[in-house]
Design a protein around this ligand. Sequence first.
Ligand code: AMP
Ligand code: MG
Length: 420
Amino acid sequence: MNTSPADCCAEPSRKLLSVEEGRARILDSLQPVEGVERLPLKSATGRILAQDIVSAIDVPCFANSAMDGYAVRSQDCPGEGDTVLEVVGSSFAGAPFEGAVGRGQCVRIMTGAVVPEGADAVLMQERVEREDERIRFASGSVEAGLNVRYPGEDTRRGDTVLECGKRLGAAEIALLASVGVGEVPLRRRLRVAFFSTGDELTSLGQPLEAGQIYDSNRYALSAMLSAPRIEYYDLGVIPDRRDAVRDAFRQAGAMADLVLTSGGVSVGEADYVTETLAELGQIDFWRMAMKPGKPLAFGRLGAAVFFGLPGNPVSAMVTFYQFVLPAIRKMSGEKARAPLLLQARCAGDLRKAPGRMEFQRGILQTAADGSLEVSTTGLQGSHVLSSMSRANCFIHLPAESSGAHRGEMVTVQPFADLGY
Ligand code: AMP
Ligand code: MG
């Protein structure tokens, strides 16, 4: 949809879009970036797999011992009295016993060592008494398979060990190494360009003049975009001038898969972001039924996806986490995952007016009885970054809710869920 500036600005307080509807529309319109690169496993942490990975081997690939002890034949260990077996050799991890275990014999064995031919169980060393080249132990049940790890128990040859779209964390890197994969096909990194707009913004290192504030949104964005799957470009502060905003849009659109701006999406007189997007690209919608963060521009700028985030610092962060992060996950080829939402008891009253969904900032903790409890961080203004910093979760209050009383259950989203 290509809306003229007049159209988009004529909408003001009419229809607000619900958060779910907005997120669904955004995600429906996005595709993962094309382009695959093969990288050594060590450089793949935090990246997204571009193909299924099939194991070429069984893991374990031979029967091995789960304990330090003695490899025995289970049929040599009857149920009564003491059993005595002759120790005929040893099997160490990486240095197997070369022969076979015969009747009345056993082999000293270490964890991870090959279970020798003939043996089918491992007695842990704490159960035996060693007498020179013999062991003695109180007979009891020694079943075939005791303390033996069988081939393919973890992964079988031909199994898909990881699927396309999987994010590679430490466990996945370890799993790939265990099946011998040293190089992995990954989605290429997502290119994200961003800039702040506003004549009042001062860059760090410069003194504040009257009426000026420090630009915090670019720092928030660079922090929120610091991830192995992202290559970001900080294009600085752009003044509130039509031509300057237009130039910055052109530059960002030419270099990135995703363009983010902050500020200039309200209907103020110096708010050129929506207008410029409508002129140079396509704007889809721009008012969300949420608090903080009502104004949000979403659209296209050439081949790039565009988000115009609100200027207020907390609004910019909330909007980023609720819309841009899921978009980045999808664009970088990650398989969709539902947000982690928990139920927690309110430690105090939460004020809210019905109408818009709120993402209040909360402190989630485990109460003395083990249940989850959430308290407010205090001031909830969209400019109060200190309150955002005290928080460790968002408290999701639905649009129709009129707040919550102490003791009521509310939905919370831990910040731990808001990563890559
Ligand atoms: P705007 O969306 O441009 O109308 O800005 C809304 C509010 O956010 C104003 O109080 C701005 O001064 C503030 N603001 C805009 N951009 C930034 C930024 N990059 N860092 C900190 N505050 C900002
Ligand atoms: Mg502004």
